[in-house]
Design a protein around this ligand. Structure first.
Ligand code: CUA
Length: 334
């Protein structure tokens, strides 16, 4: 029993740590929600204790008085019921009013989180990956990536949300609440990260078989680091250097890969699958499905349908040599 309790405790606590944690509070909106949650928790716990206590006292007194054989006394409680009900009504009204006020101000604070956003990006959901475009007045300075976002700490970001197929939900629990991405409509989310770190976003609306493998890596970093990352992302893809990379590049450009994926600075300009210009600089493959390393990349290229059944990336029959060359080329796209 003790071991079970310890296990349950460890399990509960493990849900409150790390990169995907609604109680993390590393974003302004998330911190506001935690304060509201705490207020609800305190008020509701107090109410619960008062009701439980009153019930216990009533039962205890009824039992004690049942021993006294004088029926008239038991029924003569009307003089106490009135004041008790009045106190209880006042408590309920006070509790609900406090929670209403707290909810109202949380909503106002959250609405003001990104009043003057420094960063603007558009996230478009697809089955089952995220397209990410940073929007700038000068379109040549607009970064296009996939399945990851980078944000400078302490700066507000406005995220425009769209969907290309079904309803998805954009959720980075450490930073903010959920927002749906709806086909044919535009919604938005505001993010104000307050703490540097690596976080994980997750699609929070069932959107098909690979809903669970639709994650988003979020990097919150210092302003200088963010600008370095941004400048690197604006560069065209690295030119293949080694013979393997050259062979992989040839395969990519000559085969079906290039009709779906874009690699800036090459003839590959497909727009229906993730942009791969700086693919190898990301932390994961296939929207958080696998950590980025060459063994996983090789396995993914060989048989995406085995690793993420239903993904729109087809399993293409290719030689071991071609798979190795492709792995070398894609792995060089830093
Ligand atoms: Cu997208 Cu669930």
């Amino acid at each position: 029993m003790r071991r079970l309790a310890a296990l349950a405790c460890a399990f509960a606590l493990s849900g409150c740590e790390g990169v995907q944690n609604a109680l993390g509070g590393q974003g302004a909106e998330s911190a506001n929600f935690i304060r509201l949650f705490t207020a609800f928790m305190v008020v509701c716990t107090l109410m619960y204790l008062i009701i439980g206590g009153a019930l216990a006292v009533a039962v205890w007194r009824r039992r004690r008085e049942a021993l006294v054989v004088d029926d008239r006394r038991h029924h003569d409680t009307s003089s106490k019921v009135g004041p008790a009900l009045a106190i209880w009504t006042v408590l309920i009204v006070a509790g609900l009013t406090a929670l209403t006020i707290a909810s109202f101000f949380t909503d106002r604070f959250n609405a003001a989180v990104a009043r003057n956003p420094k960063i603007k990006l558009t996230v478009t959901a697809n089955q089952w990956w995220w397209d990410v475009k940073y929007t700038t007045a000068d379109s040549s300075k607009s970064v296009h990536t996939a399945n990851e976002i980078h944000l400078p700490v302490g700066e507000a970001a406005e995220v425009t949300l769209k969907s290309n197929d079904v309803i998805h939900s954009f959720w980075i629990p450490n930073l903010a609440g959920k927002q749906d991405l709806i086909p044919g409509r535009t919604t938005d989310a505001q993010l104000l990260p307050r703490q540097v770190g690596l976080y994980r976003g997750q699609c929070a609306e069932f959107c098909g078989v690979e809903h669970a493998l639709m994650a988003l890596n979020v990097t919150v970093e210092g302003k200088a680091d963010f600008q370095r990352w941004y400048a690197a992302q604006l560069q065209p893809a690295t030119t293949p250097a080694s013979p393997d990379q050259v062979a992989g590049y040839g395969y990519f450009i000559g085969r079906e890969c290039a009709t779906c994926h874009n690699i800036s600075g090459t003839p590959a300009s497909g727009q229906v699958a993730p942009d791969l210009t700086h693919f190898a600089s990301r932390r994961s493959i296939a929207a958080g499905s696998l950590p980025m390393n060459s063994a996983n990349l090789h396995a993914w290229i060989r048989d995406p349908q085995r690793l993420k059944p239903g993904t729109h990336m087809p399993t293409i029959a290719m030689s071991q040599r071609d798979a190795e060359a492709l792995t070398a080329y894609l792995g060089s796209l830093r």
